[in-house]
Ligand binder design. Sequence first.
Ligand code: SAH
Length: 245
Amino acid sequence: MLRVDVVTIFPRMFDPLLAEGVLARGIKSDRIRVEVWDLRDFATDRHRSTDDEAYGGGPGMVMLAEPVFRCVDAICRVDETRRPTVVMTSPQGELFRHETAQRLRADGWVVFLCGRYEGFDERILSVVDLELSLGDFVVSGGELPAMLMIDAISRLVEGVVGNNESVTGDSFFNGLLDYPHYTRPAEIRGLHVPDVLISGHAEKIRLWRKEQSLRRTLARRPDLLAGAELDAESKKILERIKIEE
Ligand code: SAH
């Protein structure tokens, strides 16, 4: 069971994510539990404020620390036998990768803090375990980044994606990019499916896919190959590809 808590001022943004597809199925089958917390419920004033002007001046608003502290405290009280991993979404964080998803899946309980405006008061870092970014760009809020991360982590929960082989065969799972996929028809606009895939020869298909996976990774992401743990067969194929080239 994976437990995810989300802290946001736009809780309804998560409704469609949780209502459809892989996540909805994971929730229905009790493999994942997602709780979305409205940060405004933890505000301390009559107006339910969650942001204020920046010390030092400047145009943007800053998310208040106190409601976040109170909300994280409330989340931690849900289960006092363990501690969640508290993640702050931020363009300044460590890059979210497959390994990050695996780590958070293994942790089993993750809290996502979704910022808005200029981001959070720096002091919330005192309750944060991990600052995670989706890449070198800025979006307007932490909700979309959190959703993407939740989706990626949920796929790693056993049974959430119908066929587990489709997860372990995905890009990055074994350190490589996925091989190319084809479906019917066998010919479209003069474009053909590689013969081997129609041959019905299982062993040849397996080897072709493995080779494609290695070729692509070498061409597009040699950085991944450097870190991948390859079996003897892959090493042989790779040597042959390199000689060919
Ligand atoms: N002033 C901040 C950006 C704030 S954007 C800065 O320049 O660093 C508002 C919020 O959107 C952030 O608090 C964070 O929650 C989210 N966010 C924006 N870009 C992101 C990214 N690349 N990855 C993860 N979260 C991001």
